[in-house]
Write a new protein. Structure first.
Length: 565
């Protein structure tokens, strides 16, 4: 899709920047972006915003977006995360083609860059301990002090760095630091560490290396190697941009990379109410078993969102609606749910489900008989046709659709009142049966034979109530999981930081529902609107052929918004 024909969306200052640079001829109009996840966890909704931004910009300007794994920390990385990340990006609708890269594939170049920095007097080997380095670093209001090892000769630094690579020192004995300015007001420029000794098996390079580059050193080099034009990241990296630029300029002076160099551009990360997007907090939720795993439908991980039934199209709607800005702000979760609801309303087939069933007996309906009623697969898309829904003497209805003593304004079943069975007949309630404890066990009614929906004259009998139902003889009983928000407060943890105390004890409720028979053939990840109850998806893990399990994705209306008001 060309940029000229891209659909309008919310404000995006990065598009404005690219337009200005293209007009000036920078990069000859080329746009090359990258999505660079670390393979040490599962992607979440915040990453989805970045994926749509990076891949979307490249697509709309006729460029390419790379998928690159920043795998510089082998102790926390694994192939499991690599596989999960690639699958999530594909699920969102993007393909990187031949542009799949790993930072670890560039380790030789990064090492050569480090040797050049040493030889040019821009890096040195540090032998202070981590605590000593912190003491020398200074504070936000006080400058740092030069390390006693900062004055080592080029020859000594080069020899020591090569010994580090050869494995002649234990872990933590030395680090390689950039030599910039220990008095800089930007603490990130106070001689940051760029290499450390770490004996760890790497998922991609095995045991080839016992020194690994720091992320802030590796990332700019990766961008330059891949000829990235716009290195888009979130605002917490804004203070790192001066080092990003310093490093690439020094390496360009050494003829490692041509100009113009990649440009780092920061945007506001996603802050979404009622969820936590911190990797540390997500790990805690999983490790402490507050959730069932990384794909728990209550988690904001992309694997959890997909299992919940959230769609890639809904995520795209959300990303377009909130836009891209430089200022932090909170987006209410109801906005995200509304985007999902709007998308599912267009695509989900309609089906009937009774979630809290009670038996309805039509006393004057012939014993052993059943007949066909017809319901639209989608009321706004008549081209999708209708499906057959069987009706018989005994039906399942919602327990809330009967009141023995109704409140004012109640138009559903109560003794003497008439309602329409949706897609079926008008019925009149005649009473109910109770068990030994006085609990209503069944509701009784009579039907009016000439009132079947769709037949001539069926609308002559006027009623105010309309209830849904499934035939007891034909229904499919299935497990349904009613998911709610994982936290009870908009900003979990608040001032105390203890987000665990804000977990919602009712974030999931598992029930046995009675479903119309057509749902027995649902495949994993098939979406439906259960009339009156919301949008549901056949669970991708627990559903079996002929035995689907359903997760509620989102309700038909924003019940939380009403509760808060």
């Amino acid at each position: 899709m060309s940029h000229d024909t891209a659909p309008a969306s919310a404000a995006n200052f990065i598009r404005n920047l690219i337009d200005e640079q293209n007009a000036a001829g920078k990069w000859n109009g080329r746009v090359e972006t990258r999505f660079p996840p670390e393979p040490n966890g599962y992607l979440h909704l915040g990453h989805a915003k970045s994926i749509f931004l990076n891949f979307g910009l490249a697509r709309d300007y006729g460029g390419v977006c790379h998928l690159r794994f920043d795998d510089t920390n082998p102790e926390k990385e694994s192939q499991e995360y690599v596989d999960a990340i690639t699958e999530s990006v594909k699920w969102l609708g993007f393909d990187w083609g031949e542009h799949l890269y790993f930072a670890s594939n560039y380790f030789d170049t990064m090492y050569a860059c480090a040797e050049y920095l040493i030889q040019a007097g821009h890096a040195y080997v540090e032998s202070l301990s981590a605590d000593e380095m912190r003491n020398y670093r200074g504070t936000l209001t006080e400058p740092g002090k030069d390390s006693p090892h900062r004055s080592r000769s080029v020859e000594e630094n080069l020899a020591m760095f090569r010994s580090m690579r050869a494995g002649e020192y234990p872990d933590g004995a030395h680090v390689l630091r950039a030599k910039i300015n220990m008095a800089s007001p930007n603490i990130n420029l106070r001689d940051p560490a760029i290499y450390r000794i770490k004996r760890a098996h790497h998922h991609n390079t095995g045991d080839k290396w016992c020194i690994y580059p720091m992320y802030t050193y590796a990332h700019p080099i990766e961008d330059a190697i891949e000829h990235i034009t716009h290195s888009i990241c979130t605002l917490e990296f804004e203070d790192q941009r001066p080092f990003y630029d310093w490093l690439l300029n020094k390496l360009a002076e050494g003829d490692f990379f041509p100009r113009p160099l990649p440009q780092q551009v920061e945007f506001a990360r996603l802050n979404l109410t009622y969820v936590v997007l911190s990797k540390r907090k997500l790990i805690q939720l999983v490790d402490e078993k507050h959730v069932s795993g990384w794909d728990d439908p209550r988690l904001p991980t992309l694997v959890g969102a997909r299992r919940r039934g959230y769609t890639a199209e809904g995520l795209k709607r959300f990303a377009d609606q909130i836009g891209v800005s430089k200022s932090d702000g909170w987006i209410d979760y109801s906005v995200f749910e509304a985007c999902q609801r709007d998308g599912l309303n267009d695509t989900a087939l309609r089906r009937i489900a009774v979630l809290d069933p009670i038996k309805l007996i039509i006393d004057n309906y012939p014993e052993g008989q059943s007949e066909e009623c017809f319901a639209p697969n989608h009321p706004q898309q008549p081209e999708l046709g209708k499906r057959m829904v069987p009706l018989s003497k005994e039906l399942w209805i919602e327990r809330e659709d009967f009141e023995e003593t109704p409140p004012k304004g109640y138009f559903r079943l109560f003794p003497g009142n008439s309602v329409r069975l949706r897609y079926g007949y008008v019925i009149t309630c005649t009473g109910c049966d109770k068990d030994a404890d006085g609990i209503i066990a069944a509701v009784h009614c009579d039907y009016l034979p000439d009132t079947k929906s769709g037949t001539p004259g069926s609308d002559l009998v006027k009623v105010k109530g309309n209830i849904h139902w499934v035939s007891a003889a034909h229904a499919y009983e299935a497990e349904a999981r009613l998911y709610d928000r994982l936290f009870t407060t908009a900003q979990p943890g608040g001032e105390s930081g203890d987000f665990i105390k804000d977990l919602n004890p009712d974030s999931v409720r598992t029930i046995r529902a009675q479903l119309e028979p057509a749902l027995i053939d649902a495949n994993a990840e098939d979406h439906f609107q259960f009339e009156r109850h919301g949008y549901f998806v056949a669970d991708s893990v627990d559903s079996k052929a002929g035995a689907p399990v359903f997760n509620r994705t989102v309700t038909l209306k924003d019940s939380w918004g009403k509760a808060e008001k």
